[in-house]
Write a protein that binds this ligand. Sequence first.
Ligand SMILES: [Fe+2]
Ligand SMILES: [Fe+2]
Length: 142
Amino acid sequence: MLWKDKYELGVPLIDRQHKELFKRVEEFIVTLRSSASWEDKLQRVDETLEFMKGYVVEHFHDEEEYQKKIGYPGYNEHRKIHADMVKYVVNASKEYEQGNHSEVYMQQLAGKLLSWLINHVAAEDQRIAKYAIEKGVANDEQ
Ligand SMILES: [Fe+2]
Ligand SMILES: [Fe+2]
């Protein structure tokens, strides 16, 4: 399991979404590495991209709402990072739809999703939790 409890923000909705994102990306990577058929792998790329396009947007929205609610000072910067990731997912999806089904492309996609998720959740998102604790609003969501 790639998820670690230390990634928790202490905000139940956000933590649930992060766990789901980790789960999906992990399943994607496991399928790519497995002996599954090429069709199954393509199917999984398709599913993962479709899922990410919807769920990432929803998660970013909820997380941004939470930042606004607690008056997080890094809100604008964080929003921009989210927007860039949405762009990446949308572009990756377009590329896939236009016929880039290569193994190299799939590996790149998996690597990017995983490294982005870990780096973002473990670093950027943790700053939100740290701020909530400092401000004394960390337990308001429990
Ligand atoms: Fe997040
Ligand atoms: Fe975030």
